[in-house]
Structures are given as C-alpha cells and as structure tokens.
Design a protein around this ligand. Structure first.
Ligand code: ATP
Ligand code: MG
Length: 150
C-alpha cells in the first residue's frame, strides 16, 4: 500500500500518468472516493500516458467510454448502476482482456468478486487529495480467463 498527497489538479494528473506508464494490458483499476474527489482527473492522466489524444470526460451518462491508445482504455462510471450483476455484465467483454485496461469509478460493489485489481482511493483532506494505492488479490470468483488471457 502506498500513499501520495496531491495538492492540485496537475498532481493528480501526474499520478495518473505514472500509473498509466506501468500498464501492459489486462489490468483492472477501481477508483474510489466521493463525488468530485478527482477520479476522472486521475483517469485523464492514465489516458494521457496511454497516448490517448481525445479529451477524457466523465462517463456518468454513457456508463462507459472507450479510448484507443497504446492500449484500449475502458473508462466506466457505475454511479447510476445499482446492481452488481449489471456491473458484471457491463464489464464482461473487457475485464482482464489482452490489450485492454479497465478503469472503473464507483465500482466498489464488485471489489469482492474480482480476482485481482489495483484499488486507488482518493480522500479529500481540506484542499488536498490523499491518494492511497493498493494492489489487491481476492481469489474471487471472476477469474482472469473469463475475459480472455491476461
Ligand atoms: N488535487 C486535486 N486533484 C484532482 N482534482 C482536484 C484537486 N483539487 C481540486 N480538484 C478539482 O476537483 C474536481 C475533481 O473532479 P472529478 O470529476 O475528477 O471528480 P470525480 O471523483 O470523478 O467525481 P464523480 O464521482 O462525480 O465522477 C475537479 O473540479 C478538479 O479541478
Ligand atoms: Mg468522475
């Protein structure tokens, strides 16, 4: 587990970029934190280091935005999805798929059914954001083979 203090928007973008640089495809990233904490800002940084030129916007209405870069970026927002089964259905074609990275906002309900993922929690502390990163492995029932080989 590691922690980082972001004092401004640009710090969170940079943090996202550093995450993006380490990605090779097949990863699942859950972004947690309250409304306006900076999840989409962090996703912008990830997209940037995947070589995505398109402007990354919040997928709150579209549920998922797909971007093509060095890897495919599937950016989900499950804020309006109530049911865990529906989240699983939405993820099915993309989760742990070769060449694809899933970044999910408001995906906490599915954390305990995922096999492995990077969990990034953003907490607001006055003006700053405290970003906590943890690699998690549950040995959950959604295994890596489901969406294709890693
Ligand atoms: N250190 C910081 N890092 C990121 N964003 C910051 C920071 N300080 C202030 N902000 C502001 O906080 C807001 C974060 O918005 P963002 O859309 O990324 O939140 P979110 O967590 O995705 O919210 P939602 O749950 O509604 O999708 C932006 O308006 C941004 O300018
Ligand atoms: Mg958002």
């Amino acid at each position: 587990m590691s922690q980082f203090i972001s004092n401004r928007y640009e710090d969170t973008v940079e943090y996202g970029k550093s995450i993006g640089l380490s990605l090779t495809g097949g990863e699942m990233i859950i972004l947690s934190g309250q409304l306006g904490s900076g999840k989409t800002v962090l996703a912008k940084g990830i997209a940037d280091s995947l070589g995505i030129d398109e402007v990354v916007t919040s997928p709150s209405f579209s549920i998922m935005n797909l971007y093509n870069g060095r890897l495919e970026l599937c950016h989900f927002d499950f804020y309006r999805i109530e049911d865990r089964a529906e989240m699983e259905d939405l993820l099915e074609d993309f989760l742990y798929r070769n060449g694809y990275v899933c970044v999910v906002e408001w995906g906490d309900p599915i954390m305990d059914i995922l096999e492995s993922f990077l969990h990034i929690q953003i907490d607001i502390d006055e003006e700053a954001r405290v970003i906590t990163e943890e690699r998690r492995n549950n040995g959950g029932r959604v295994d890596k083979e489901r969406g294709g080989a890693v």
